[in-house]
Ligand binder design. Structure first.
Ligand SMILES: Cc1ncc(COP(=O)(O)O)c(C=O)c1O
Length: 414
């Protein structure tokens, strides 16, 4: 009896691909670094830091162990928190972020103040304005899902009230607002190289970005036992260095990173084309100006689509329906905004964000995803809502056979 051929499953994020897609080159890098015994603070790290800073149009990039440490270091190097006049001061952030954003504020010795996000799911400048008090010392926007917040509005507020800006750019390498890269707007910023991030390494990794030489010098000391670039101990410090091996891998990947952005923007445009007729879902802003490859400097928002975050009616039913078809999805942060983790003792009442979290979910978005897979996902979403077939539907043939369901890590691309 003939058996029906099942379409391959579509994992939310295919973790093995982080290694397998560049297997030969990564093994070569591993042997090269290993044979040189170049593990900590070596030339590969220096080269990567230089290339990353150049890529962002920033003066300094300092590799750190992960973006959470990077945020703590960025805040403290920017003169905020412990041992400063700003200790105990309030720092405003969007509650739609990873708990790491608020944890960094806490561990830097300041008070996290969560606020609402706007229609694009990023921090709402009007909510920031309303939350400013005499105790506010900084604004910490999360450049969420590969999009940069309205930094003109946030910059104006910061100038008006004498506040610092420190960016959580964990999800936003290469994303721009009015031509300027995320991570370069404030006193300092932090980027993540977690494997599922835009530029992922084979473990944890991050970088602190700044244009200010004295902030950079303090960050260098804070991430390396208090030692300045001349090796002299200048004060208390952590050990939060990016491994040289990870830096070598990241440098190899950074050289071809523009292709990855192009691919993500093309996939986002495809989702937009395939899903925009379904009234039950709200999609993120599409690549602006309708042209995936347009000059990033010419756009207000150049989004790099770390995630593809939608709002959906009957969200849980849709997720179960897609799961039954072998299509992985993810709830951002496990389904709660930061202020909803009651154990943290944050008392904010943020009805818009709470409503959003009843509807929000992430569809697969990564460089190994094919357009045919986007079409299959879109067709399944349309089927769930009983909508007409997507106008430009493709065939499911040719789905990536190397995608197996390794969606074990519930952190996914968050
Ligand atoms: C918005 C945001 N902030 C901070 C972090 C923390 O990054 P890391 O895991 O590198 O510490 C992440 C992701 O993990 C994130 O998505």
């Amino acid at each position: 009896m003939p058996t029906a051929t099942l379409a391959p499953s579509i994992p939310f994020f295919p973790y093995p691909q982080v290694f397998l897609s560049d297997r030969e080159e990564l093994l070569r890098i591993f042997c090269d670094v290993g044979e040189r015994g170049a593990f900590i603070l070596q030339q590969d790290l220096q080269r990567f830091e230089g290339n990353l800073a150049r890529y962002l149009g920033a003066k300094h990039a300092i590799g750190v162990a992960n973006a959470t440490d990077g945020l703590i270091i960025a805040l403290r190097a920017a003169g905020l928190g412990l041992g400063r006049a700003t200790a105990g001061g309030e720092i405003i952030f969007s509650s739609h972020t990873m708990v790491a954003t608020a944890a960094a504020i806490h561990f830097a010795g300041c008070v996290p103040v969560p606020v609402e996000c706007g229609a694009d799911h990023l921090i709402d400048p009007a909510a920031v304005q309303a939350a400013i008090t005499p105790r506010t010392v900084a604004i910490l926007p999360t450049q969420l899902n590969g999009r940069t917040a309205d930094m003109a509005a946030l910059g104006a507020l910061a100038r008006k009230h004498g506040l610092a800006i420190v960016e959580d750019a964990a999800q936003a390498l290469g994303s721009r607002f009015q031509g300027q890269c995320a991570g370069t707007f404030g006193a300092a910023a932090s980027i993540s190289f977690f494997p599922a991030k835009l530029l992922g390494c084979l473990g944890d990794g991050g970088a602190v970005i700044t244009n200010d030489a004295s902030v950079a010098e303090r960050a260098i000391a804070l991430h390396d036992h208090g030692r300045g670039s001349d090796g002299e101990v200048r004060g208390w410090g952590l050990n939060s260095r990016l491994d040289n091996l990870q830096a070598a891998i990241l440098d190899f990947r950074l050289a071809k990173y523009d292709e990855a952005i192009h691919k993500r923007r093309a996939l986002a445009a495809r989702y937009q084309q395939q899903l925009s007729h379904i009234s039950e879902v709200v999609l993120p802003p599409p690549p602006q100006a309708g042209s995936v490859g347009s000059d990033p400097a010419s756009l207000d928002h150049f989004d790099v689509f770390q995630n593809y975050e939608i709002e959906a009616e009957q969200r849980d039913g849709l997720r179960a329906f897609l799961q039954a078809k072998g299509m992985g999805t993810l709830l951002p942060w496990g389904g709660k905004a930061v202020h909803q983790f009651h154990s943290l003792g944050l008392t904010a009442d943020l009805p818009r964000t709470e409503k959003l979290f009843e509807r929000v979910m992430l569809l697969p978005m990564h460089v190994w995803l094919g357009e045919t897979e986007v079409d299959r996902i879109a067709a399944a979403v349309a089927e769930f809502y009983g909508a007409r077939a997507p106008q430009f539907g493709g065939t499911p043939a040719g789905a990536n056979p190397t995608c197996t369901n390794h969606d074990r890590d519930e952190r996914g691309c968050n």
